[in-house]
Write a protein that binds this ligand. Structure first.
Ligand code: SAM
Length: 291
């Protein structure tokens, strides 16, 4: 095939030929707009020295544009029905490998070792299935993969939550989890019209540039994230109330108050007003109560 996959006409031809029906449960909304695809590849800064991991190639719309720029592309696709289609649509691109697997189950470290041995610059680039955006991104961020960053199309609201700053309505445990590992930037807002079928939600392309080290020093990461989640459990309640109700006992209230005092954080504030530095400071100090 030598026509670009991602035009409305060519996509329809491919879907008809293979009698493919979309599975909503797998978040199948395929891109049919060359401009958006080129923007995604551009934002990712993919060059002939880059390796790319793609999640959910669909019928290969983004894969094709990545393959034109990158040294090699490895794509994880969960839907068995798409494998023979991809074999045909991407037959001219020898630098593409499709792995039939749920990315959440995959040993990505192993795949990187096997497939990208001599590649220095590695990116994850995808138009993600929206039903599993957060688990996929958190897996990629927490597994300490040797990647430069992640550039993904996701639901606009989720992108806003990932990039949100303290004191805003979008700021929450997802913002802190993402910003602990990466620097997020919303790159492009995308209309529904570039997909078939059109999703019910608006989309954005977000870039997450991985940090070499976290922006704050945290003694116990598990406790830090537990504290963050507890602090946002009931958004309208004060920090002190949330901590007392969700993480400690009533009898520990005086101790929590004393520690809040020590670290100069007012317990009547709401979780959404605390910066990542403040959460780190509080988490390190409260750790003593947990032991
Ligand atoms: N990249 C294509 C495009 O832009 O046209 C398709 C994107 S579509 C939004 C998401 C794709 O992810 C679908 O092909 C779907 O089958 C696949 N997918 C869904 N869940 C997945 C998972 N857990 N692991 C791997 N692929 C998955």
């Amino acid at each position: 095939m030598n026509k670009d996959i991602a035009t409305p006409h060519h996509t329809k031809t491919i879907l008809d030929k293979f009698k493919f029906t979309f599975k909503k449960s797998l978040g199948q909304n395929f891109l049919v707009d060359q401009n958006i695809l080129k923007k995604i590849v551009g934002v990712a800064g993919v060059t002939h020295d880059s390796g790319v991991i793609e999640i959910g190639p669909g019928i290969g719309a983004l894969t094709e544009q990545l393959a034109k720029q990158a040294q090699k592309v490895v794509a994880f696709e969960i839907d068995q029905r798409l494998i023979p289609i991809l074999n045909e649509t991407l037959e001219n691109y020898e630098n593409v490998k499709v792995i039939h697997s749920d990315v959440l189950e995959a040993d990505v470290h192993h795949v990187i070792k096997e497939e990208f041995e001599n590649v220095q610059d590695l990116m994850v680039v995808a138009n993600l299935p929206y039903y599993v955006t957060t688990p996929i991104i958190m897996k990629l961020l927490t597994e300490q993969l040797p990647i430069r960053g992640i550039v993904v199309m996701i639901q606009k609201e989720v992108a806003e939550r990932m990039a949100a700053q303290p004191g805003t309505k979008d700021y929450g445990s997802l913002s802190i989890a993402v910003q602990y590992y990466a620097q997020p930037k919303t790159e492009v807002k995308v209309p529904k019209t570039v997909f078939v079928p059109q999703p019910n939600v608006d989309s954005s392309v977000i870039s997450l540039t991985l940090r070499q080290t976290p922006p704050v020093e945290v003694i116990d990461e598990e406790f830090f994230f537990t504290l963050v989640r507890a602090s946002f459990a009931q958004r309208r309640k004060t920090l002190l109330n949330n901590l007392q109700n969700n993480l400690f006992t009533k009898s520990e209230k005086p101790l929590i108050e004393k520690i809040l005092d020590d670290v100069e954080i007012d317990g009547i504030r709401r979780g959404e007003s605390l910066s990542i530095e403040e959460f780190a400071r509080l988490s390190n100090a409260l750790l003593s109560l947990r032991k």
